[in-house]
Write a protein that binds this ligand. Sequence first.
Ligand SMILES: *Cc1c(COP(=O)(O)O)cnc(C)c1O
Length: 394
Amino acid sequence: MIYADNAATTKMSDAAIDTMNTVIRDCWGNPSSLYGTGQKAKEALEEARAKVASVIGAEPGEILFTSGGSEADNQAILSAAALGRKNGKMHIISSAFEHHAVLHTLDKLKKEGFAITLLDVHENGRIVPAELAAAIREDTCLVTIMYANNEIGVIQPVREIGAICRKKNVLFHTDAVQAVGHIPVDVEKDNIDLLSSSAHKFHGPKGVGFLYAKSGVKLANLIEGGAQERGKRGGTENVPGIAAMAEALTEANAKMTENSAHLIRMRDKLIEGLRQIPHSALNGDSRQRLPGNVNFCFEGIEGESLLLLLDDKGIQASSGSACTSGSLDPSHVLLAIGRVHDVAHGSLRLSIGEDITEADTAYIIQAVTETVSYLRSISPIWRDLINGKKEFIL
Ligand SMILES: *Cc1c(COP(=O)(O)O)cnc(C)c1O
């Protein structure tokens, strides 16, 4: 079995599982309690905060633990919006291919009177910094652009985006859920004010993540309650999950150079092999992309059928994001880079993991090639394309 859906979630690392077990057993006290058992849990919590902070170039006091990437996105955007509203600035800039945790939060703010500008991501999936600079207005309170896209793996020019925001005095949030632990991220060098991350995307546990908020950026109280997480998020902390996240991130960071060199080699082999399939196209920029992401469209087939047949052949992949699978709508990300509906329907995302081998890539290429060819042989759309009743797009 080949698991190629690491953008949806990753398997926990042994080190993260061991840490989680140790903390559950030995640090079970309430971190808010003043006696020894509580303080032991508190120490585990603060050690995790320092570890997470050091990986992204932040101070421990700038890390707020959350239940994952979605909560961090909500918290970041709603906090910036609250600040904006107070200052009479109710314009937010984002892009059309953000994660739904961002887009749906922006929809909510739109109903509350905010103006939202969605920047064009162009055919290669990248923002043009000059277009961002031109879109910033007097009343812009926030720019939120993801670090790397979860479907097509495109990496944005984050440092330049951040520099523009700094110069214009606008807060910059980035959903870095696909980036942290996979490619170098440094909040100082990248000019980031708010950053979201999630443990289960870098071999940590599900249901835990963090929000980086630059010192001085005031966060809203997301959950009223006790004084945990500086009073911004009441509730007894998920100490085992947080400690395991810190362990997973430290490990991912230590192995990043080695892992990404291997992944990039395997990714490019897959891209080369799948490109040989006629009437196919790689989605997103071929260079500015995550080490483990391959995303293709194959004309004349249904992505869902491809996935089911690949599953039968022992390959677990996705047609886009886990959130849209099960719905018949084509991916909003593929539409945002200009793929038409018919073509967007025939998509395949392979998000490979570090343990992939050369033999695996050869097997994937063979299996996808055969399956696409089979699906086309029984597809009425393909027959129309071949007979010239419809025009090929790819
Ligand atoms: C997975 C993901 C999220 C959501 O993270 P959860 O921890 O599952 O809430 C947000 N943004 C991106 C880009 C993601 O890939």
